[in-house]
Design a protein around this ligand. Sequence first.
Ligand code: NI
Length: 226
Amino acid sequence: MLLQIPEVLSADQILGCRKVLESNDWVDGRITAGHQSARAKDNLQLPEDNEDARQLGNTILQALENNPLFMAAALPLKVFPPLFNRYQDGQSFGNHVDNAIRQVTGTPHRVRTDLSATLFFSNPDEYDGGELVVEDTYGVHSVKLPAGHLILYPASSLHHVRPVTRGARLASFFWIQSMVRDDGERTILFDLDVAVQRLMSDVPDHPSVVELTSLYHNLLRRWADV
Ligand code: NI
């Protein structure tokens, strides 16, 4: 499932974050790439131990925790501390797949990457190119969202970022280990959740609300690992 999550950060938060990002020291993005993806990758990143990056990452993690759509779709168990990248001057990231397991640098913590996320910090009219292109079983999807919006997609999918030929593209990217590892099962739970929420708001006293909620939790119990 490919899902857009609008307005994860407010316009004010984006402004504040951008001030910090734009005045920071960026380094070659190959520092976090795996063996295959290092050959395809050409961008800039903030170092993982950068204090500003850590604080901005915490702002993002807090916003995600308070975002019902993200919580329902990702069913997160662990979220990798957000990283930040920048593409400019024709930079791109060729087709690759993200590493299945990521260790949080300097810690014993590992995250299985079930889902990948990109949170946009630049608006589409500020740069040309820079689309995130994701291939899944339904085809090829080209994604370029307003600042503050996030795209969630299966980490198992092949994807690339097209060359940025004008301006700069700032974004945060990170991975989620979900309580429900399988994308198909997670999608069924999300679809059921959305349908129950709609029924609950349209016909609050309908007896099926309780039955369907029970069904949701029984499926979650069957499929989730915590
Ligand atoms: Ni990637």
